[in-house]
Design a protein around this ligand. Sequence first.
Ligand code: HEM
Ligand code: HEM
Length: 178
Amino acid sequence: MGTNSAAQYTRVAIVLHWMIAVLLFAMFAIGWNMVDLPRGPDRTFNFALHKSIGLTVFTFALVRVVWRFFNRPPPYHPSVARWRITIARSAHLLFYVLLFLQPVSGYLSSSFSGYQTAIFGISLPHWGWRDSPLNEFFTEIHVMSSVFFIVLICIHILGALSHAFDRNDGIFRRILPW
Ligand code: HEM
Ligand code: HEM
């Protein structure tokens, strides 16, 4: 029960953590929903929204990684088991990988769809071309990566909740904005 009240993530890290988390939940909801929509304005709108928010997440992820590089997370209390720290650190590292792989694979699949990719109505440079095999290849990576991502998020939340309710060792508080 060793509680270390001084050990908090920086305010910037906390804001980025929760902003990205909320946007990711929205991204999964939009992504799962949009692929089943029939062709038409509703589908077009949802795809455009998914791409716009996804590219926004990518921008936040870039800022987050740079910030993370210069601001290490607070040390764990010595009472926290080594194996828990190893699992947490591995999950966090994987998150950073997925925070790149997910939007980049989506952007690449989009670039080879034949459509011009835009972020909230602003067209991005259209360097790709219509190429079904490349489009399918990156779509496959995007979908597989999204499955890894959601599984990891579930594991992460279970771990966080076990700290919040079961262990009460101050680890959950490290990331809370208050
Ligand atoms: C940043 C976080 C992102 C997350 C969490 C995410 C998640 C998802 C999910 C869950 C799906 C549905 C997969 C399925 O069929 O089960 C999907 C589909 C898709 N996403 Fe993303 N995505 C992200 C970013 C992006 C970006 C930046 C783009 C493009 C600029 C993009 C383009 C697409 C496209 C085109 C599909 C449809 C693929 C298909 O035709 O099956 N995504 N995404
Ligand atoms: C949904 C997307 C989420 C992602 C991608 C994510 C990602 C991350 C990452 C990468 C870290 C480590 C930060 C670092 O060391 O740089 C972290 C820490 C943390 N997250 Fe999340 N998180 C998400 C959602 C959540 C949710 C919903 C909760 C709470 C229920 C949560 C609770 C925590 C806690 C308690 C920590 C601190 C853990 C520690 O220091 O060992 N996260 N998160």
